[in-house]
Design a protein around this ligand. Structure first.
Ligand code: TRP
Length: 458
């Protein structure tokens, strides 16, 4: 049966706009800030390999499944799940998948906004020439000065949340679509310039080897690599589902998903190739944690030709990339409030924004006043502060779990008639997709989970 539902929130003008919007959601701090630092912490090569395998075998199929479910339901993930569960004769409990996504979106945005605040503040640091001719100690000092000052972090976090609320309030057509139309190509160009600089450091190959030569990896490392495949493609919480719900009927979901995944992975790898040569050229440690790009890129901008201008532009574009990702994190919740509470988008965005902002204060404090407040959960993690805990719970547990359930729903519980009709792709591709979401994705996610809690050992 073909579904003819329409979204009350509007529709993307065409396929390109969907690809831009979804790429805007996917490409963000995850690629440029998070990927390099977690690759650094987990030893490089093997981590990158696991991440790439996860993108191909789990990420792309789940992206297709999520978009497909969204387009079929044409509502916020919560209502989409309840409509489709009813239609397919399944338990109404599936609505919980939508709810878990909304919660994950809140949690992620609360710390995402704090890091986006760092990027915003670096626009001004770079712009004022603070990094001209800077030394390793100099960048470390500037970074530490920022993150140990809760008031400054709070101010930037607030500015970023307000920016996000404004775009979300304006809605799909006027807000999201305009925000994602440009700037991505510009970000790519600046990233390439930074890679070009890294080639002149004399340590380029060392950086490349670090990223691509397999070594050892822990069970935790595998979990983090898999979690990151979900995080970087914005999967597992309904962001792509809600974007799919605005997708015109005849767009090829397969093609769009592959394009988005390639663009996203490309940006992450380029970021790695820009950053690690600088790490090695300056005797830095790859595993310094969340501050990695803020301690390395300024060195490049401080020493390259026209570095002040290029660096300023880079951090502006990074902030934009974060912005276009952030809006997708609360879109599922906003869409639900509009649908079920009859709220207008402006109120819905403001309420959600305030809520997220308050939670973000915990992450602001994690880098200063609360940095020593850590806890451990047996089998899962040790000594994580508030920020690290949120990041771990969302990226490494909630997203893969969301993805697991999306896969189960799409492949085991929806009828093949529905999925075949909605994906509308050729038989061969459909079979591969179906096989991957039916067996490979669920098994892979379960194995990685069991491995981390020590039930099995890879
Ligand atoms: N993918 C984005 C990044 O890499 C972050 C993001 C946006 C996200 N929407 C999401 C992550 C939904 C998980 C789920 O920066």
């Amino acid at each position: 049966m073909t579904s003819t539902r329409k979204s009350i929130h509007g529709q993307w003008s065409n396929r390109i706009v969907f690809i831009l919007a979804a790429t805007g959601s996917a490409v963000g701090l995850g690629n440029i800030w998070k990927f390099p630092y977690i690759a650094g912490e987990n030893g490089g090569g093997t981590f990158v390999l696991v991440y790439l395998v996860c993108i191909a075998l789990i990420g792309i199929p789940i992206m297709m499944a999520e978009t497909m479910i969204g387009r079929r339901g044409r509502q916020s993930p919560i209502n989409t799940m309840s409509t489709l569960a009813r239609e397919e004769g399944r338990s109404p409990g599936w609505v919980m998948l939508g709810w878990m996504g909304v919660v994950a979106g809140f949690l992620i945005l609360s710390y995402y906004s704090v890091i986006a605040g760092w990027a915003l503040s670096y626009v001004f640091r770079t712009g004022s020439g603070a990094f001209l001719g800077v030394t390793t100690d100099g960048v470390n000092h500037i970074f530490t000065e920022l993150v140990t000052d809760p008031e400054r972090l709070l101010a930037w976090h607030t500015i970023f949340m307000v920016m996000t609320m404004i775009v979300v309030a304006r809605g799909v057509k006027h807000g999201l679509e305009k925000a994602v139309r440009f700037l991505m190509p510009a970000l790519l160009a600046l990233l390439l310039m930074t890679v070009a600089y890294s080639m002149t450091t004399g340590h380029f190959m060392e950086g490349v080897e670090f990223l691509f030569t397999p070594g050892t990896i822990s069970g935790q490392g595998v979990l983090i690599a898999m979690g990151h495949a979900f995080f970087t493609l914005s999967l597992g919480m309904g962001a792509i589902m809600v974007y799919g719900s605005y997708l015109p009927r005849h767009t090829s979901i397969t093609q769009a998903s592959i394009i988005i995944a390639i663009a996203d992975t490309g940006v992450a790898l380029l970021a790695g190739m820009a950053i690690f040569p600088i790490v090695f050229a300056n005797g830095l440690e790859p595993g310094v944690g969340p501050g990695l790009i803020f301690k390395t890129l300024p060195i490049a901008f401080g020493h390259m030709e026209a570095g002040t201008m290029i660096g300023t532009a880079f951090f502006i574009l990074l902030s934009f990339a974060a912005w276009t990702s952030a809006i997708s994190l609360i879109e599922p919740a906003v869409a639900w409030l509009v649908e079920n509470r009859g709220m207008n988008r402006i109120y819905a965005s403001v309420w959600i924004g305030i809520f997220t902002w308050v939670l973000g204060i915990g992450s602001v404090l994690s880098f200063n006043l609360w940095s020593e407040h850590t806890w451990s959960v047996p089998f899962l993690f040790e000594n994580k502060n508030f920020f690290d805990t949120l990041d771990f719970i969302t990226a490494n547990l909630m997203l893969p779990l969301g993805g697991l359930f999306i896969a189960i729903f799409a492949a085991w519980l929806m009828s093949e008639n529905s999925t075949r009709d909605e994906l509308n792709t050729n038989k061969f591709i459909f079979r591969i997709w179906h096989f991957l979401v039916k067996y490979i994705t669920p098994i892979a996610v379960i194995i990685v989970f069991l491995n981390v809690i020590g039930v099995i050992s890879l």
